[in-house]
Ligand binder design. Structure first.
Ligand SMILES: *[C@@H]1O[C@H](CO)[C@@H](O)[C@H](O)[C@H]1NC(C)=O
Ligand SMILES: *[C@@H]1O[C@H](CO)[C@@H](O)[C@H](O)[C@H]1NC(C)=O
Ligand SMILES: *[C@@H]1O[C@H](CO)[C@@H](O)[C@H](O)[C@H]1NC(C)=O
Ligand SMILES: *[C@@H]1O[C@H](CO)[C@@H](O)[C@H](O)[C@H]1NC(C)=O
Ligand SMILES: *[C@@H]1O[C@H](CO)[C@@H](O)[C@H](O)[C@H]1NC(C)=O
Length: 343
C-alpha cells in the first residue's frame, strides 16, 4: 500500500513538471502544412502559379458586380445548384452581374478530368494550379485577388467572394451596393469583433502564437462571403505581399491586410453566417445564408419567389427564436467552435 502511494506521488510530480515545461516553453502544435519553420512570405507561393482554366472572355464585358464562388474541385453538385438558382441571372436590377467559380487543383485525376469537362460546357470556371485544401485557403484568396486586380479593375464596380455552400439573395445585395455612397474603400460582410486566436488545436480555427502573437485579431469579416469595391482588391493584394501568411484567410485579408491598407470593414446585418431554416421568413430577409446543401438551395430559391410565401412574410419582423437559436448554436457542428463574436 505504502509503495503504491509513492508511485502516485511520483507520477503526479512528473505530470506537473511536464505541464510546467509545456507552459513555459510555449510548446504548440503546428498548423497542417504550415509549421513553425515554413516560409510565410506569400509572394513566394503565388508568383509562379498558372491559371490553367480560365473563361475565354474573362473580364471582357463590363458590369457592376463580379462574383467569385470559391469552390473545391469535387463540389460539382454545389456549383450546379448555384448555376440553376441564385447565380442564374446575369442582369439584376438592370445591372450586369458576372458569376464565376474559383477552384484550386485536386490530386484526384478523375475529379480533374470532370472539372475540365464542366468548364468546357459552362465556360464559368477558373482553376489555379495549387493544391486546394482548407489550410491553403489564404493562398486561394491571394490568387483570386491577384487575378481580379490584374485583369478586372476597370471592368466592374464591386467584387464579391462567396463560398459554394452559401445562398445569396442577389437582388438584395445589388440594391445595397447601389446605395453605397462611396465607390472606394468599401469592404462589407458579417463582422467579427474582439475575437481572440483559438488555442485549442482540435478547432478548425486553431491559431498558434507563432502564426499570430496578438491577444485579439483586428475586426474582420467572416470568410463565408464578403464584398468590396474594386480598388480594395488591389490594396489587399499589395498588403498581403508585406504581411506574413496566416492560414485563416478571412482574418488575414479582411482583418490584417485591410488594417494595413487603411480600410475599415463594415457589417451588413442581412449577412448571416448561420444555419437558417427553410420555413423561416428569414430566408426572405437575409442576403446570405450558410450550410446550404444543393437541395436546400433549390428549395429556398423557389420559396422566395412564391407569392404566398412572400405574403406570409411581408409583416415579418426579426424576433429571437429560442428553438432556432438552440439548434444553430448546439446542433450545427461548426458553430460549436465558438469563434463568433458577431457585432
Ligand atoms: C476520385 O474521385 C472519385 C469521384 O469523386 C471517387 O469515386 C474516387 O474514389 C476518387 N479516387 C481517389 C483515389 O480518391
Ligand atoms: C498548398 O499548396 C501547395 C502548392 O500546391 C502544396 O504543395 C501544399 O501541399 C498545399 N498545402 C496543403 C496544406 O494542402
Ligand atoms: C449615403 O448618404 C446618405 C445621405 O448622406 C445617407 O443617408 C445614407 O445612409 C448613406 N448610405 C450609406 C450606405 O452609407
Ligand atoms: C509579434 O509578431 C510581429 C509580426 O510578426 C513581430 O514584429 C513582433 O516582434 C512579435 N512580437 C513578439 C513579442 O514576439
Ligand atoms: C517577400 O519576398 C519578396 C520577393 O522575394 C520580397 O520583395 C519581400 O520583401 C518579401 N516580404 C517579406 C515580408 O519578407
Amino acid at each position: 500500500m505504502k509503495l503504491k502511494l509513492e508511485y502516485i506521488y511520483v507520477a503526479a510530480i512528473v505530470i506537473s513538471i511536464l505541464q510546467l515545461i509545456v507552459f513555459f516553453t510555449n510548446l504548440e502544435y503546428d498548423v497542417e502544412g504550415w509549421g513553425k519553420n515554413s516560409l510565410r512570405n506569400l509572394s513566394n507561393y503565388v508568383s509562379e502559379v498558372n491559371f490553367q482554366i480560365i473563361p475565354y472572355d474573362f473580364c471582357q464585358k463590363p458590369g457592376m458586380l463580379l462574383i467569385f464562388v470559391c469552390s473545391a474541385p469535387q463540389n460539382a453538385e454545389a456549383r450546379q445548384a448555384v448555376r440553376e438558382t441564385w447565380g442564374s441571372n446575369k442582369v439584376v436590377l438592370n445591372e450586369n452581374v458576372e458569376l464565376l467559380f474559383f477552384l484550386g487543383n485536386s490530386l484526384n485525376a478523375s475529379v480533374q478530368e470532370a472539372v475540365l469537362i464542366e468548364s468546357e460546357k459552362f465556360n464559368d470556371i477558373i482553376q489555379a494550379d495549387f493544391s486546394d485544401s482548407y489550410y491553403n485557403l489564404t493562398i486561394k484568396s491571394t490568387l483570386m485577388l491577384q487575378l481580379v486586380s490584374n485583369k478586372c479593375l476597370d471592368k466592374y464596380k464591386f467584387f464579391f467572394k462567396i463560398d459554394d455552400d452559401m445562398f445569396v439573395n442577389l437582388p438584395k445585395l445589388v440594391k445595397v451596393l447601389k446605395e453605397q455612397n462611396s465607390s472606394e474603400n468599401v469592404l462589407l460582410g458579417k463582422m467579427m469583433c474582439g475575437t481572440k486566436p483559438i488555442k485549442d488545436p482540435t478547432s478548425k480555427w486553431y491559431c498558434p502564437t507563432y502564426m499570430y502573437n496578438g491577444t485579439y485579431f483586428p475586426n474582420f469579416l467572416s470568410g463565408t462571403g464578403y464584398v468590396m469595391s474594386m480598388d480594395v482588391t488591389r490594396k489587399l493584394y499589395n498588403s498581403a505581399m508585406t504581411i506574413p501568411f496566416i492560414h485563416l484567410e478571412d482574418v488575414y485579408f479582411t482583418g490584417l491586410c485591410a488594417q494595413r491598407s487603411g480600410i475599415t470593414p463594415n457589417t451588413l446585418f442581412e449577412f448571416s453566417t448561420g444555419y437558417v431554416d427553410d420555413n423561416s421568413c428569414d430566408i426572405n430577409h437575409l442576403i446570405t445564408m450558410h450550410y446550404v446543401t444543393p437541395e436546400k438551395m433549390r428549395n429556398v430559391y423557389q420559396r422566395i419567389q412564391q407569392p404566398e410565401f412572400l405574403g406570409k412574410c411581408s409583416q415579418y419582423k426579426s424576433v429571437f427564436e429560442p428553438i432556432a437559436w438552440i439548434r444553430s448554436t448546439l446542433f450545427i457542428p461548426p458553430a460549436r467552435w465558438k469563434r463568433k463574436r458577431i457585432c
